[in-house]
Design a protein around this ligand. Structure first.
Ligand code: HEM
Length: 399
């Protein structure tokens, strides 16, 4: 198990060598590093990974996220000079308008806020099934037994998969995300082949489900290509996977505190504040990449065109220029505009779904196991794929 004692990153490390791929970063040690970066300035240059710029403070991160003309998303998943650029960019998160507008319109249709009531029973059913299994165990792992199966089950329901296809989708995604380097290519290829097979099936035999609609729909007079459709399904499956698992796990970690539980039991309406404060304090996505289309100036620092930039959403959420006592989990904080879901045209399309998943888990766990508590130390994941942060394991007892 990794512990804080393993870690020897000093705040100064962030000022010129910040490397989001460094697995020594954890959600325990990163906050003083981000603070040092913010205090240095709204933009800090890192020489890691061939060099890139970090936007550190809340106002500047928000402004850059809004300014998609200056900050392109074509390299959103690439930082510095990491060269993945020959990959076809069909994932929404890696596109710019007008392509982005077209794909986003189609993808977000089933998960708009007004449609969430269609999924609340299904999500409750998924969560209840897991809690029923946990009930027989007495001790369980919040990450692997509860949080991990939820996102794929929910995405499968949205796409209109039958229970067997949902199970297969979940199995393939879990194999892929847990694969070591040696198996990562084959497990990814298996998942990709499953997506193509599922799309081709819907193209030949359209049903009444969202995936069939997506396969046969036209936006601005154009049908989606097979690679665009695969990119969309890939986005649904993966963008909402670790993010939701980490969000749910961090939330149950905060909720295990007796004072937070007491406050919730006295007034369950504060459930959504617990969710939002978790996302502000422990955002599952720490950063996203951009590249500059033109020369630009932020806080007096000139960033030339063609440079790699990261928006440090997590640092922004802990900026004391924006939030009082930012490192403190405070459910009395009231409504805040945190940046855990990003901002601007790429703001998370799954945010209503993620909130519904987290609120449902919170309410159901408190209904089933109000005396649950953590046993032992949670095992943190470190920074994964250079941008998300969460937990590998969080042992708990139901009483
Ligand atoms: C707690 C859970 C979640 C968090 C914290 C989260 C966070 C984010 C963030 C920060 C972005 C912005 C990326 C950027 O600025 O480049 C984003 C985009 C996105 N998210 Fe989420 N997400 C969550 C759950 C989900 C779910 C459940 C889904 C889908 C089922 C999803 C699908 C997407 C997609 C497709 C994008 C790309 C949007 C675009 O580029 O227009 N996310 N998410």
């Amino acid at each position: 198990m990794s512990t804080i004692e393993d870690i020897d990153l000093q705040p100064e490390w962030g000022l010129s060598e910040f490397n989001p791929w460094d697995r020594r970063i954890t959600n325990q040690n990163i906050w003083p590093i981000y603070r040092a970066m913010r205090d240095e300035g709204p933009v800090v240059r890192s020489e890691a990974l061939g060099g890139f710029w970090c936007i550190t403070r809340y106002q500047e991160v928000r402004a850059a996220a809004l300014d998609y003309k200056t900050f392109s998303s074509r390299n959103a998943l690439e930082i510095g000079k990491q060269n993945w650029s020959d990959r076809p960019k069909t994932r929404l998160i890696e596109t710019d308008p007008p392509e982005h507008t077209r794909i986003r319109k189609a993808m977000q249709a089933p998960i708009l806020q007004k449609r969430m009531s269609e999924f609340s029973d299904g999500i409750r059913e998924s969560v209840t099934e897991l809690l029923e299994e946990i009930e027989g165990k007495k001790e369980f792992d919040i990450v692997t037994d509860l949080a991990e199966p939820i996102p794929q089950d929910v995405v499968g329901r949205i796409l209109g998969f039958d229970p067997e296809t949902r199970r297969r989708n979940r199995e393939l995604v879990l194999k892929f995300v847990h694969a070591d380097l040696e198996h990562s290519e084959t497990t990814h290829a298996d998942f990709w082949a499953f997506l193509i097979e599922t799309i081709q099936d819907r193209l030949r035999h359209p049903g009444n489900d969202f995936l069939s609609q997506l396969c046969h729909s036209e936006v601005d007079g154009k049908r989606f290509t097979e690679s665009e459709l695969v990119g969309m399904l890939h986005g649904f499956a993966l963008a909402g996977h670790h993010t939701a698992i980490d969000g749910i796990s961090s939330m149950l970690r905060y909720l295990a505190d007796e004072n937070v539980k007491k406050a919730y039991l006295a007034d369950p309406a504060i459930g959504s504040q617990i969710v939002e404060e978790t996302l502000r304090c422990d955002p599952p996505i720490h950063l996203e990449g951009r590249s500059t289309n033109v020369d630009t100036i932020i806080g007096g620092v000139e960033i030339p065109a063609g440079e790699s930039v990261t928006l440090l959403y997590a640092s922004a959420n802990h900026d004391d220029r924006q939030f009082e006592n930012p490192d403190q989990f405070d459910i009395g904080r009231g409504p805040v505009q945190h940046l855990a879901f990003g901002y601007g045209i790429h703001m998370c399309i799954g945010l209503h779904l993620a909130r519904l998943e987290m609120n449902t888990v919170l309410a159901e766990v408190m209904r089933w196991f109000p005396n649950y508590r953590l046993v032992g130390e949670p095992e943190h994941s470190g920074m994964v794929f250079g941008h998300h942060m969460g937990w590998d394991s969080m042992p708990a007892s139901i009483a």
